[in-house]
Design a protein around this ligand. Structure first.
Ligand code: BGC
Length: 811
């Protein structure tokens, strides 16, 4: 949790009466909607959490009345979507998916006894729709503003608690003395809040995205265009924009208070080859325990290339420090990691000049502790062009950048360390291990149709395809899909894939009969059920009610809903992230899942992206490092792999299957691809998912340059590349760009088309036969994909022992 404001009234000394208000008090949100929604057995709401802890809630009546208001508004909202669907001919599920119902306006009396009040403001968003900068979504409603301000005056102890997955514009309520981002923490949400309110635990998170007034966010690039979304702001995303445009956010990137305060003192800077080490001492100056996140930013000198004011280069979180306790922390990074992509030469370069090291506990609270002076320009690596080119030049900041009093003096007094080219070791190209000969031989012996089966996900003959929202697998109920089972007798195992990222997404119940396992009940995200008419259900081969037509025995299977991605990242605690990955890996083994479709870490380019809650940050370093930590946690379980997603420039939900992200090569490399590179280098994920969107006019899954070229050749990725879930059943409408196709994706090195359907299979087979008008495939091209799939399939299935729970037999 991130504490945004405090006046010292919290933590509370003990339980007692508490007045609880706000949309999230009973209808607490544990995570967003869509494939990232985890079907846990239960979760603890704020109301329950406070009661579990021993509080007496004095506003039950208010909460009951709010429920009625909300229910009514929801019914009207769903009816509105359905009539829009009828009028436009677009399936209601497409319009309703992820659609955010803005908070209603209402007037309810405050009658809660006691001198302490909590107002829980919640917001939800999800896959399929973006958020809107309107009252009740990104902005507060008039009702919320009025109530929050009144409560802050009425109760002597008042806290505004934000049960949100992303930014809300807090401008109208800034005077509130205590504001806490609870976030959406999965099963434990309400209990965790009670712990923090009572000081049994404490907030120590920091923002991983800038929280600002809506009007101050960059409007330089497009957002949410149907067809072409131009990323004109270039690398100036998030704090890089706020700093360089000299704007003051309400709460900057990296910011977060605690119940105690820290001082960062005595920094020492040293060089070890091209590695920079900054050692600081962190001291707890307050009277309670806490943890601090130390952040190291670097101002890279502008030369030929313009540069943001600063870039996060390293971070570290202290242990829990008791009052007056100190800890020495060393932050390290390699100068190579600060290189920028020079589009003209297609190189990563460090330009000559002074690199200012800024250490502190938020991006706007740092001091210069040293200067690394590069005495000449250094080309770190020669790369090739990839990703296409946009039809504009990126925005560049004016000369004026953010500064603060005393900065010039700090700079004048900072120690200077000179770094020359000879301190750098040569950057070696990673070598992708050869496919071993047994796999090659097996693949040689496969017929064209067997190869085609292997390169599309498993589907039942005659069935167009599986579900768009994680429900297309046959072996494990509610899992998102699996690779073909048709080649088992040839020694090719099938890989079962299940969604995330807030835990493992399976159906809560499944049945088993003579023809196998089937999902029953609510394996479809509940937020979608409102929009699923019979035609859509049938097209997706789904059942709506809990009554399975099949008559097998019914079993329960529950997974743990973890904190959402943004909350994990806001911990800035890589050990904690690894531990969450560990929980997922453990559950994967129990249920027989080989690949988890997570972590997801697209950049928070705009606070309006509907899936930001799944993603980590506006910054690629923290995104990549958190993803790597989670990956290590999952993959320490033999036989379990992650699927990092969505590669790449997938930063909006509007027209998500067919929107074109128009991005410069520099922004692509330095911002949008960078997290993927870090994660791959640090943790070797087994699988990567390309994104739905096009990148400069070509679907990412059909771009050989970013798959074979960047991923494999430059970064040494040796896993499988799969597509996002392109499903025939829900395709509709004429748009500027087409859907991605199986054959073109395979040609680009995207090994598997998921979830797979007859149409994909035929597309590959005809491309192999030379009768596909759109594209031709050689056997070698398909064999390369097939070999990579088999390599990982053998690696994972040989390592995974029999699941302890499958088909109800092991329960
Ligand atoms: C989402 C993916 C997800 C997949 C399978 C797609 O709609 O974009 O993130 O993994 O469905 O459920």
């Amino acid at each position: 949790m991130v504490l945004l404001k405090t006046n010292g009234d919290f933590p509370l000394r003990n339980t007692g009466e508490i007045a609880l208000y706000g949309s999230g008090s009973r209808q607490t949100i544990k995570g967003g909607t869509g494939s990232g929604d985890v079907n846990s057995r239960f979760y603890v709401t704020v109301e329950q959490g406070l009661e579990n802890a021993g509080f007496t809630i004095t506003t039950k009546d208010w909460i009951d009345r709010y429920d009625r208001v909300q229910k009514q508004a929801h019914q009207e909202f769903v009816a509105g979507i359905k009539s829009k669907a009828q009028a436009t001919g677009v399936p209601a599920i497409m319009l309703g998916m992820g659609a955010v119902m803005p908070e209603p306006e209402y007037e309810l009396p405050f009658e809660g006894a006691g001198d302490t009040a909590i107002y829980v403001l919640s917001r939800i968003s999800g896959e399929g729709s973006d958020r809107n900068a309107v009252d009740g979504d990104l902005k507060l409603t008039q009702t919320e503003i009025r109530d929050i301000l009144n409560l802050a005056k009425t109760y002597s102890h008042f806290m505004l608690v934000l049960n949100v997955g992303g930014v809300v514009d807090l401008t109208p309520v800034l005077e509130v003395p205590n504001i806490l981002i609870l976030s959406q923490l999965g099963v434990v949400t309400g209990d965790a809040l009670a712990d923090v309110l009572l000081g049994q635990s404490y907030p120590s998170g920091k923002l991983t995205a800038t929280w600002s007034a809506w009007d101050d966010y960059s409007q330089i690039g497009d957002f949410g265009q149907e067809d072409d979304t131009r990323y004109r702001e270039g690398v100036y995303v998030g704090y890089r924009y706020f700093d360089s445009a000299a704007k003051t956010p309400l709460f900057p990137f990296g910011y977060g208070l605690g119940y105690t305060q820290f001082r960062i003192v005595e920094s020492v800077v040293s060089l070890d080859g091209s590695h920079v080490n900054v050692t600081v001492t962190v001291k707890n100056m307050g009277s309670t325990s806490g943890k601090e996140v130390v952040q190291l930013y670097v101002s890279v000198p502008s030369g030929k290339l313009d540069q943001p004011f600063q870039t996060l280069a390293a971070f570290a979180k202290t242990e829990e420090l008791a009052a007056a306790q100190s800890q020495q922390v060393t932050l390290s990074f390699a100068m190579e990691e600060l290189s920028s992509f020079d589009t003209e030469r297609a190189v990563d370069v460090l330009e000559a000049g002074d690199y200012l090291l800024r250490v502190g506990n938020s991006s706007r609270d740092t001091r210069i502790c040293g200067i690394i002076r590069m005495d000449q320009e250094l080309i770190i690596r020669q790369l090739s062009h990839a990703g296409g080119t946009p039809d504009f030049d990126d925005w560049k900041p004016e000369a004026q950048q953010w500064t603060y009093a005393g900065e010039a003096d700090e700079r004048a007094n900072a120690p200077v360390l000179v770094l020359s080219a000879n301190a750098f070791a040569a950057v070696l190209k990673p070598v992708v291990p050869e496919i071993d000969s047994a796999v090659r031989d097996l693949v040689e012996g496969l017929s064209d149709s067997e190869l085609a089966w292997l390169c599309v996900g498993h589907y039942r003959s005659g069935n167009e395809s599986g579900s768009v929202i994680g429900n297309a697998a046959f072996a494990v109920a509610g899992a998102a899909g699996e690779t073909t089972t048709r080649l088992k007798e040839k020694g090719v195992p099938s890989l079962v894939m299940s969604d995330g990222p807030a835990g493992l997404r399976l159906s809560r119940q499944y049945g088993v009969d003579e023809s196998g396992v089937y999902a029953v009940g609510d394996s479809i995200p509940s937020a979608l059920l409102d929009y699923m008419d019979d035609t859509v259900m049938e097209a997706l081969g789904l059942q709506k009610s809990g009554e399975a037509e099949r008559s097998g025995r019914i079993f329960d299977q529950y997974c743990t809903a973890l904190p959402i991605g943004t909350a994990l990242a806001q911990s800035w605690n890589l050990d904690f992230c690894r531990a969450c990955g560990d929980i997922v890996g453990d559950e994967m083994k129990r249920f027989g899942v080989h690949l988890w479709l997570a972590p997801a870490f697209n950049i928070h380019r705009s606070p309006l992206c509907g899936r930001n809650y799944e993603y980590f940050s506006e910054d690629p370093l923290i995104s990549g490092r958190v993803a790597a930590a989670i990956t290590l946690g999952v993959q320490r379980h033999p036989g379990c792999g992650v699927t990092i997603k969505h590669y790449v420039a997938n930063n909006q939900e509007t027209n998500r299957f067919r929107s074109n992200s128009v991005v410069s090569e520099r922004a692509l490399r330095d911002i949008y691809m960078r997290g993927f590179k870090i994660c791959i280098e640090e943790s070797q994920p087994h699988t990567l998912m390309t994104s739905y969107n096009l990148l400069n006019g070509v679907h990412t899954s059909e771009r050989k340059d970013i798959i074979d070229g960047v991923l494999r050749e430059e970064w040494g990725f040796d896993g499988i590349v799969i597509s996002d879930w392109v499903v025939g059943g829900v395709q509709h409408g004429v748009k500027k760009y087409p859907y991605a196709t199986a054959a073109k994706s395979i040609k680009a090195g995207n090994d598997v088309m998921m979830p797979g359907g007859e149409m994909d299979y035929t597309d590959v087979l005809t491309a192999l036969a030379g009768t596909n008008k759109a594209v031709m495939l050689t056997r070698k091209e398909v064999q390369d994909c097939a070999s990579r799939i088999i390599r990982i399939a053998l690696r994972l299935t040989e390592a995974q022992t029999e699941p302890s729970i499958i088909n109800g037999m092991g329960v």
